[in-house]
Design a protein around this ligand. Sequence first.
Ligand code: GDP
Ligand code: MG
Length: 300
Amino acid sequence: MNESVTRSGYVALIGRPNVGKSTLLNALVGQKVSIVSPKPQTTRHRIVGILNGPGFQAAFLDTPGLHAGSRRRLNQAMNRAAMSSLADADLLLLVVDALRWTDEDAMVLERVRESGKPAVLVVNKADQVKPRERLLPTLERLSAMLDFEAVIPVSALKRHNLDRLVAVLPSLLPEGEPFYPPEQVTDRSERFLAAEIVREKLTRVLREELPYGLTVEIERWQEEDDGRLAIGAIIWVEREGQRRIVIGEGGQGLKEVGRAARLDINRMLGRRIHLELWVKVREHWADSEAALRQFGYDSG
Ligand code: GDP
Ligand code: MG
């Protein structure tokens, strides 16, 4: 334990889908704990990523983006996860895209205002603003929207200006002992992270064809005689047609997902693994509370 830690707290990353919350979390903790993709609504769970600095510990809560209402239960579970993080947090980081302000951003800003909690505005994707001077009027306009503790432009992707963001955190955290041991980076298990890595590769390989109702379940996690770890994962979809899409022509799609996921999981675990993927159909799972629970979605 670091004896000198005097400030610690939960810091929720709040924002609409796709502004870069998960990228920011991974950059802050220095490891991939939350998956990232160009597609909105990739993050479905609440994930803790832990940063230990001089005299402080920040436990970041990555959340699914708050998005406008949907009747599907999976979406409702995602919005609930985001709202509960907001309620539990000591400090909010409102993450927005430097280039785009939408109605969903305005909705999220309202939630932040209603919470009455201290908030830092993180203006992400600043690397995309050219020339750089164009950022100034944007920052001024956004600063006026709420009494933020600080307004900080960053690039989570390029890791620009993150030190400034980290520097403002300690004074905004409550006094207290750290919640997690210093070597811990996330609250999630290796199994969970492995399933998420498979899902990340699926979003990348399938892109626009990615079925909404797709989830990954680890069903085998076993030491092999040759010293490797055998991981078996089921990719659940909602319809037979989606199964064919995931497998791809001649199994190409699935092969590519398997190869990319295996490399990432090898790196995460620091050891060689053997990964097997199956694609199975379970109709309407994303509307079923029982299935949502089975697949690990926090239900209300
Ligand atoms: P989330 O939905 O808010 O968690 O967003 P993600 O972290 O999944 O990122 C969404 C997309 O924005 C991905 O394609 C990221 O690579 C991209 N992105 C995130 N941060 C930055 C950034 O600082 N600059 C640029 N140019 N792209 C970024
Ligand atoms: Mg995310």
